[in-house]
Design a protein around this ligand. Structure first.
Ligand SMILES: CC(C)(COP(=O)(O)OP(=O)(O)OC[C@H]1O[C@@H](n2cnc3c(N)ncnc32)[C@H](O)[C@@H]1OP(=O)(O)O)[C@@H](O)C(=O)NCCC(=O)NCCS
Length: 177
């Protein structure tokens, strides 16, 4: 069984270039099959660059958890703590944690790594005074939805989410803290 460590990473703890490459490789797995590759690439270029990860690793309001196996990035969770206009209306104006990304290497899915990453993000959100942790998930992402339901997340609204120039409708899921 592969040993997987999970740590909260700040600047210098992990290569932002490696993290960005992992994010770019795994992001398409969360997209509906109908989404054109060019739109996915546009999203990756704008949001998952090494510079974006450098920014999150340095930011006090960002919590980046990295799963590593055999010295390589095997998963990550990224949440942003603050007041979010696009979050569930239930917590409008309150400090919440937006779980922006949760990705696990294909080979390690079904092995509990996602649960450990989510638990770490939940704990950080609770410790840092957030009223809830929430995320947006595509309606066609059945595996992620099953995982979140088992993890205690409940539907808390909907949002429009742009991938490139295509607007997708995501369900918002949340855990009150
Ligand atoms: C979402 C993700 C982090 C979950 O991690 P995981 O290790 O796959 O999660 P688990 O295996 O613990 O749970 C997945 C659940 O989906 C079920 N499942 C597996 N394949 C499925 C499928 N094709 N359709 C529906 N359910 C499926 C599993 O049986 C399991 O449910 P169960 O525990 O009730 O049996 C991981 O799949 C991933 O990285 N996916 C790609 C990126 C992504 O979609 N991220 C989320 C964006 S919001």
């Amino acid at each position: 069984m592969t040993e997987v460590s999970i740590t909260r990473a700040k600047t210098g703890d992990v290569s932002a270039t490696e993290l960005a490459a992992f994010a770019a490789r795994t992001f398409p797995d969360a997209c509906p099959p109908s989404l054109p590759a060019g739109e996915i690439e546009a999203f990756i270029g704008a949001n998952l660059s090494p510079a974006e990860f450098e920014r999150h690793l340095a930011a006090a309001e960002s919590a980046v958890f990295v799963a590593e196996a055999a010295g390589a990035v095997a998963g990550y969770a990224l949440s942003v703590h603050g007041v979010h206009d696009a979050g569930p209306t239930e917590w409008a104006g309150e400090r919440t944690a937006y779980l922006s990304k949760l990705y696990v290497d294909r080979e390690l899915r079904g092995a509990g790594v996602a649960g450990r990453l989510l638990a770490a993000a939940v704990e950080a959100a609770r410790t840092e005074g957030c009223a809830a942790i929430w995320l947006g998930v595509n309606s066609e992402n059945a595996r992620a939805r099953a995982f979140y339901a088992r993890s205690g997340m409940r539907v808390a609204g909907q949002r429009r989410f742009a991938v490139g120039s295509v607007e997708c409708v995501d369900d918002l899921l949340a855990i009150p803290l």
